[in-house]
Design a binder for this molecule. Sequence first.
Ligand SMILES: Cc1cc2nc3c(=O)[nH]c(=O)nc-3n(C[C@H](O)[C@H](O)[C@H](O)COP(=O)(O)OP(=O)(O)OC[C@H]3O[C@@H](n4cnc5c(N)ncnc54)[C@H](O)[C@@H]3O)c2cc1C
Length: 453
Amino acid sequence: MGCIEPFHRGSSDQTAPVASSCYPGNPFDSPEKCTSVQDKWSYAALHAAWPESIDFPIYTNNSCVPKGATGYVGGKGCSIGGLPQYIVNATTVEHVSTGAFALSIWTRNFKHIERRHAWQWPGRNETDDVVVCGSGNNWGSVYTAVHRMRRTVVGGEDATVGLGGLIQNGGHGFLSSHHGLASDQVYQVTVVTTDGRCLVANSVENKGLFWAVRGGGGGQYGVVMEFILKTHPVPANVVMGGFSFYAADSSNTSETASWNALSEVVSSIPDLMDGGLNGNITAYTKTRSMALGLKEAPPGVAAVIGFVGLNMTIDQLLVFCKPEPLSSNSAGAVSLMTSRLMGRRELSDIARNDLTEYLQQALVSENPEAGTMLLFGLQGGRGPAHVPTHMRGSVLSAWRTAYAHVFTLGASINTTSDASESLSAAADHINFMKALFPFHSFAQTLTIYKIYQ
Ligand SMILES: Cc1cc2nc3c(=O)[nH]c(=O)nc-3n(C[C@H](O)[C@H](O)[C@H](O)COP(=O)(O)OP(=O)(O)OC[C@H]3O[C@@H](n4cnc5c(N)ncnc54)[C@H](O)[C@@H]3O)c2cc1C
């Protein structure tokens, strides 16, 4: 295309790992002060602000990690490792070209967000209220902008996640159980394809591409430059509440009671969600249970349940639970997750003893003392189930009957040895656990790995 500009940062047009400033004399010499890098390392916002940086450095073979951070190995130094060699700082669609291996295209400049009150549906005698969003936006910038418009959109739960990856992978969040997935809200995209063409895709033009980018995965079909997204009215109110539980003492009775309590809550998920709730249910075992603020790990299972209700009164929410706030997350650490979508069949229509046994197996970790975590994200239910067929793209069809997006940890990852070998060993453990059974027979609908914190 001839329009590619290398990313200029001072005298350098090459990648400069942000933590290189923590290595005196390192030739990359990132302009971000080392103290600032160390302070902000666990925040996704730091990595989002640097085009080459990523939240989970194990995927760069921990090649430039500040002292004290997960994955730091003394004497290893700082190199580019798995980071891209060059960055294209794209500011117009002409700057987006076919990306060869190790070439990164930074789309952060495409930040426009415009509301169209009556956007004309292509080929239909219908209009709808939409926002036209450049793909350089993240959910934080979009939520802030649409809030000012007294509207809202379906996106993810973390402000620093981008539209490009989340929408093309489906996308679940607080509003998905009401309105469907993020990919179900897309009316039109503008895509620069791998052969360099800039195409508009919607329900009339380039229909195959339009279908594919709504769930087929990021970076698969070209670079999406712009999304046109359906907006929704802001809920009249949002109420939040929750509770937690753990075994009262070390007796067998208390341990059994804690497992029974978890089964009871999990089997109620479909009914609670049909009643209008979403939120998260997180179960912990062994030392992980100390996340509840306990001095010692209790036997059995401990759980934190946080519910969110839209257009609901506090009294209506209290039918389900008592108040307690939800929490957030961070970058910079590492663990390997496996996740599944679960519907009424897996959660409620199963013998309670079987459910308890499955939950116990899913909460076994590779390191028996460390324990693990199992999280039920209540992001499916009525929303995805009721999305009209013409709004459904290529996203996994299991979302239409799923209530919960469930993920678990369990594998131990050696953060100071070779990253590829560590991840491979962790994946082996998860595959072994799968074969052993928990999720395999519990929920067959989805097998993916995911890295979070
Ligand atoms: C802290 C955190 C919280 C999360 N919370 C949620 C959540 O609540 N709900 C949820 O559904 N998911 C969530 N996720 C998962 C998230 O949706 C995926 O990690 C997603 O791929 C991130 O997209 P991104 O654009 O920010 O990331 P990137 O790493 O930039 O992109 C991911 C992939 O998509 C491609 N891509 C990105 N932009 C474009 C574009 N414009 N055109 C073409 N390809 C593109 C990239 O090349 C890459 O292959 C979370 C992830 C993290 C780290």
